[in-house]
Design a protein around this ligand. Structure first.
Ligand code: ADP
Ligand code: MG
Length: 247
């Protein structure tokens, strides 16, 4: 137990000094081709809202996958919530991921299930008691503006509604970090703004939010920290930044 306490203190110190997300000189080389990430150092503090932008192929999704421990770094270190992800054993990964909500461009919902089930499922896999699930799911669906849609099959919903289900599912277990990889990539401008408004609200409640996006309008209007990637390196990192034109 003393060891456990020591590890906890070490993680807290790491978060204090380097942020809740910390990449230290990280490179990722896939078996084919040139490095997808090449010496990336990035630190994101608890409660920050950060946009990651850059051309297709610049390494944004690779970065997100490293944070989820879907991939491991070829060199350098990745720390999430003070935890060195290289030190994480395979069996520890599911527990680690409970603290991270994720949203993707293609929603990734269970299309043969209804809205309620899609969200409740995320609670069942972490063994939340049924009575709590019955309380939590309606509350989170109301937060994302889907209070009247419990019974709809997700394939019957609009793209914007589907993404809100995905967001509810990502948030239901109260993650401390929310990662979104092009969450508005399949949405029209009105629905894109609605998703961004929700992400902003979630961030205002204390969740650290990292959003990969191609939307110049949104990035320029929201005045958040903007990290720009190009060919696997960070080429700029600005508070209240703008979407930088590549050509
Ligand atoms: P982005 O999300 O910015 O479009 P990615 O992180 O998906 O960029 O990709 C970065 C680079 O890594 C690209 O050159 C891409 O072709 C390559 N890449 C991505 N995933 C794989 C993979 N599974 N195997 C091999 N190369 C990959
Ligand atoms: Mg990508």
């Amino acid at each position: 137990m003393a060891n456990k306490e020591l590890r906890r203190r070490k993680r807290e110190k790491m978060i204090e000094e380097n942020g809740v997300i910390y990449l230290d000189n990280v490179s990722k080389v896939y078996s084919t081709g040139s490095p997808a990430l090449n010496g990336v150092t990035l630190s994101i503090g608890s409660g920050e809202f950060v946009f990651i932008v850059g051309d297709s192929g610049s390494g944004k999704s690779t970065l997100i996958k490293l944070l989820l421990r879907e991939l491991t770094a070829s060199s350098g270190s990745v720390y999430v919530m003070g935890q060195d992800l290289a030190a994480l054993k395979h069996r520890q990964v599911p527990k680690f991921r409970r603290n991270i909500g994720v949203v993707f461009q293609d929603f990734r919902l269970l299309n043969d299930r209804n809205v309620y089930e899609n969200v409740a499922f995320a609670q069942r896999i972490v063994e939340t008691p049924a009575s709590e699930i019955r309380r939590n799911v309606p509350a989170i669906l109301a937060t994302v503006g889907l209070a009247g849609k419990y019974k709809a099959k997700t394939r019957q919903l609009s793209g914007g509604e589907q993404q809100r289900v995905a967001l509810a599912r990502a948030l239901i277990n109260n993650p401390s970090i929310l990662l979104a990889d092009e969450p508005t990539g399949n949405l029209d401008p009105k629905n894109s703004w609605e998703i961004m408004r929700l992400l902003d609200e979630i961030n205002a409640n204390g969740t650290t939010v990292v959003v990969v996006t191609h939307s110049r309008e949104i990035v320029n209007a929201m005045h958040k920290r903007v990290v720009t990637m190009k060919k696997g390196v960070i080429v700029s990192d600005e508070e209240g930044g703008e979407y930088i034109d590549e050509d």
